[in-house]
Design a protein around this ligand. Sequence first.
Ligand SMILES: [Zn+2]
Length: 287
Amino acid sequence: MVKDKEKKPASAAKKTSSKAVKKTSSKAVMKTSSKAVKKTSSRDLAIEQKLKALYDLQSVDSQIDEIRTVRGELPLEVQDLEDEIEGLDTRVKNIDAEINGLEEFIKTKKNEIKDSQALTKKYKKQQDNVKNNREFSSLAKEIEFQGLEIQLAEKKINEYQVTIESKAETIESAKGDLKERQTDLKFKKKELNEIITETEKEEKKLIKKSQKAEKIIEERFLTGYKRIRKNARNGLAVVSVERSSCGGCFNKIPPQRQLDIKLHKKVIVCEHCGRILVDSDIAEIKF
Ligand SMILES: [Zn+2]
């Protein structure tokens, strides 16, 4: 579809004209003829109609693309949120486990303190019944040692408690985030369901419209159209001329080509990207 062969047998033109031209109101013919195409032969009109049909098909297909894009992004957003929630949940659980572990340590240390206190009490009692100084100072050393053990355990307990407090803060903020995300998720899911229901209806309507539009376009144009659309990232196979440039690839269009586009006598494609070019008048035409 690089070059439109004007010499195509009339059968192709007939095919489309027989379908759509019949419905052409005199008003539409007048409207276009008053502009660029002064001598509108039935053949020119057929080309104009083809361009219009391609333009209309593109409009409908672009709407379908848009619907699918919007609908396609929402499940991803939901998935992202679900992943994030799972991550936060794991984080909360991990911190919880860490806090529990620290609390266990504190319990152990408290038991150690109790043991040391019991030993201290026992040694003090034993000191009352010693036979000599050596025994007394040996017990005194033991008592001192247990005193140090108690201090050490208390220091550890304090450290654990500080860590627990900081972890408790972290867990609170993680829980806050988690709650927020869960609310977001609920909202997103609801939104998704609504959009799916709404757009499926709309999409079905548009698909029917697209199929109808395809029927009046001859095979070679349709094949080309579909091929370009498939390869174009934005799904545009028919574009309008915007500021003397192709609306698809934005390359400048030579002035003569621009004039040809305005005449609606040939199907003209962009030299750079192969997209079918139409002028803004095509959008206005009603058949
Ligand atoms: Zn282009």
